[in-house]
Design a protein around this ligand. Sequence first.
Ligand SMILES: Nc1ncnc2c1ncn2[C@@H]1O[C@H](COP(=O)(O)OP(=O)(O)OP(=O)(O)O)[C@@H](O)[C@H]1O
Ligand SMILES: [Mg+2]
Length: 439
Amino acid sequence: MPTNPTDPQSRILTEEYEVLHEVARVLHSSKGLKNMLEDVLEVLTGFNELKVEKKAGIFLADPEKKVLNLYCMLGKFTDEFLEKEKVVPYGDCLCGRVAESGQLLMSESCFTDARHERKYEGMQAHGHYIVPLKTGEKFLGVMFLYTNTHPAWYQHSQEVLLSIGGLVANAIENSLIEEELKNYRNHLEVLVAERTADLKQVSTTLEKEVAERTHAERELTIIREQLRNLGNHLQNIREEEKTRIAREVHDELGQSLTALKMDLVCLKEELPSNQPEPQERIQSMSGLIDSTITSVQRISTELRPQILDIFGLCEAIAWQAKEYEKRTNLQFDLNCAHVPLDNKELTTDLFRIFQETLTNVVRHAEADRVKVRFRQQDNKFILEIEDNGKGMPPGKIEDSQSLGLIGIRERVLFLGGEVEFLGEAGKGTKVVVKVPLES
Ligand SMILES: Nc1ncnc2c1ncn2[C@@H]1O[C@H](COP(=O)(O)OP(=O)(O)OP(=O)(O)O)[C@@H](O)[C@H]1O
Ligand SMILES: [Mg+2]
């Protein structure tokens, strides 16, 4: 419907529209809450139809303490007023009543309205509009506007004032939320900074620990390697010593005993046959020399079987197996391929591992069959020794007291190979040694 500017009704409508528009514009500026609210009060005091004086203010609600706190004002107020109105409890005077009821209030005169409980020195007669500031049901404060005495409602004044109250309340709520967000963000930033500092500290400590650990591990590896080298060196010395003693015992003692025996035979022939006593003594001496020669051969072979150096590992294993068969009730099942092994140290190591494993079988396994398999596969020698005894008790493999097993493992590791001790209670034990060809 077209409006006529001279018609009072349409003039009011235009003014309402302009005021609402101006309030909305002010509240969209980014001047900060207090400045925005002061500008809103300024706009409202220019609302002719409401006949507002240039005196107004806004309280913000503190719902926990149930009080209104004076937030901003427009116009001149006495010091007494400012001091007394700083904090107004809910229910007190006009503004406190609006805080309780949440309803718009109009008061005709501060002197005649009994609800206007607070009086001030030099107070002039005036009326009030007290507008609740609410978003939905949430109460955020109160806006008071001074008027002439006996302000009269015009047709839509209540709706307009409540709408403006809603707009102001929205602005206050947004600002409070922003403030809360800002505080929260600041709090988070402090937390993140603290946490980062903590993590940095932990990370530095960890780095230090890792470095120390790495250093200790490196040292341990070096010491282990030195020990392994030393062990191997001692084994080699022992082996050389055994070989030397075996050779001396075999050659020198053996030759001397053989010469002694031959001398004895000559002596026997030179003695007259009618002297039985010396003849018998020579006979028994000859028997003693024979058994000493056998002992010398046994000792020399046990120290280091010559067969190992002359015929190689397979024959040495076969010979050793026969020796065990003679001395124990073990039956051997041998499957040894003729693998060309011209590395004397490797041959010795594998043979000693075989002997140590067999000693364990005889001492601990209570077995009657042993399977031995020696072969070459790809670029590895594989020696497998399996008994049908009671099986290795759990924990023995890792036991630091198992010096025999440790010795085997160390020999194999020195050769760059690997060893496995497999077995279950009642199902025998299998030792698998794998060493690389190039070792
Ligand atoms: N073939 C096997 N069957 C059953 N148990 C075994 C076998 N081999 C080893 N064991 C168990 O493992 C343990 C450790 O063996 P290891 O050779 O290290 O030590 P040991 O034979 O007891 O003493 P030594 O130092 O004289 O060799 C043995 O005491 C035994 O209990
Ligand atoms: Mg042993």
